[in-house]
Design a protein around this ligand. Structure first.
Ligand code: B12
Length: 314
């Protein structure tokens, strides 16, 4: 069969012609044949690969991370991420569109310092959406929007701190009161961020996901010295430690994180699993041979990990 030209491939995959050229040039995602007139001719296998790559980039994976994967690896990743949406959305009374609108309303309310409206809306959201939709459809987009606006100077430091406090309050209540208490005790997680890092939303959102999958957890909060983390893990008899990290100027250095994780590995018994999340920079090679330590940078990947570990996956 003849190959497809770039216009047809753009239509079939939903990827713009400009992006198709850039992906070929920079990442060799595909290397279509050239016809005598110099035009590209894409094979069916190349179109299939592009569809998978496009799907993964829409799910938040950077192109640099997926471009070099084989088609079978891409397919596995997509299959892992695309699961029963009915099950996933159960308990959510908002449509996707309504959740998007709500994020917009929350931002408008914040711009107008209408903190009581924000509080009311967050409280309603935490009752009327399931934990997973709350994380992926509301909180991540909301926090992203807030970050952008703070960066552009469209929200003040006071507004940023106000929404941070409201979110902490409502999410804390959501984690400790509203989620079911019959969590599965076969897996017990402790969440913390490393010493020196106050950015705790990553682990808060991660713990909401754990609750969604009925996994037991304890939230130890941000800025935890390593030996306190060891002590708490032992006292709570947790089997997994999940640590949030953030890369910021003046934050924990590569060396400080290396030391933190090395101490954790030395101090915790062999059977305890250690998962590091977020953007903190450390020397991953140092820990590569440590099978019980893994790096899961994104909440989407943690979601897959929890799903596999929980009863919902069966
Ligand atoms: C809220 C916030 C704060 C709050 C934190 C409140 C709290 N209780 O958490 C406060 C006001 C305390 C704060 C303080 C500071 N902050 Co601040 N903060 C932010 C802000 C606006 C949002 C961060 C956030 O919570 N995002 C929501 C989370 C869910 O998203 P995320 O961080 O992007 O994480 C994603 C992934 O990394 C991953 N992830 C994250 N954690 C985890 C954990 C696990 C287990 C997993 C699997 C995944 C995962 O999932 C997330 C979603 O995809 C960002 C802006 C930004 N652009 O990020 C700045 C930002 C991170 N802060 C910044 C700075 C500089 C600081 C301060 C140094 C400011 C200062 N001068 O005091 C201090 C440092 C304090 C400290 N020692 O930690 C900078 C860092 C820039 C840099 N690279 O140097 C940013 C980027 C703002 C900016 N553009 O300047 N901050």
């Amino acid at each position: 069969m003849n190959g497809h030209n770039i216009q047809v491939v753009s239509k079939l995959t939903g990827i713009s012609i400009h992006t198709l050229r850039a992906w070929e040039r920079r990442y060799s995602v595909v290397t279509p044949k050239r016809l005598a007139n110099g035009r590209r001719s894409f094979s069916k296998a190349e179109v299939d690969k592009l569809k998978l790559v496009s799907e993964l980039t829409k799910l938040g994976f950077p192109i640099s991370e997926v471009a070099y994967l084989k088609e079978s690896e891409l397919k596995n990743k997509v299959d892992e991420l695309n699961f029963d949406t009915k099950k996933i959305n159960a308990g959510t009374k908002y449509t996707q569109e309504q959740m998007q609108q709500t994020v917009g309303h929350l931002i408008l309310a914040l711009e107008g310092y209408k903190l009581d409206i924000i509080s009311h809306e967050l409280s309603k959201l935490s009752r009327q959406t399931n934990a997973r939709s709350l994380v992926f459809d509301v909180l991540i987009p909301l926090l992203k929007k807030i970050s952008e606006k703070v960066h552009l100077g469209e929200l003040s430091i006071a507004q940023e701190h106000a929404i941070t406090s409201l979110l902490r309050f409502h999410l804390g209540r959501f984690i400790y009161q509203d989620t079911k208490v019959n969590l599965n005790p076969s897996k017990k997680i402790v969440f913390a961020t490393v010493e020196g890092d106050l950015h705790e939303f990553g682990i808060i959102l991660a713990s909401i996901l754990a609750a969604y999958y009925n996994i037991s957890f304890y939230m130890l909060g941000p800025n935890l010295p390593v030996l306190s983390l060891v002590e708490a893990t032992m006292a709570l008899n947790a089997d997994t430690v999940i640590i949030g990290t953030t890369d910021f100027k003046g934050g924990p250095t590569v060396q400080a994180l290396n030391e933190y994780f090395s101490t954790l590995i030395e101090s915790l018994p062999q059977e305890k699993q250690i998962i590091i999340g977020g953007t903190g920079k450390f020397d991953y090679n140092l820990f590569q041979s440590t099978a019980r330590m893994s790096y899961i940078s994104k909440l989407e990947e943690l979601d897959v990990f929890f799903r596999k570990a929980s009863s919902l996956s069966s």
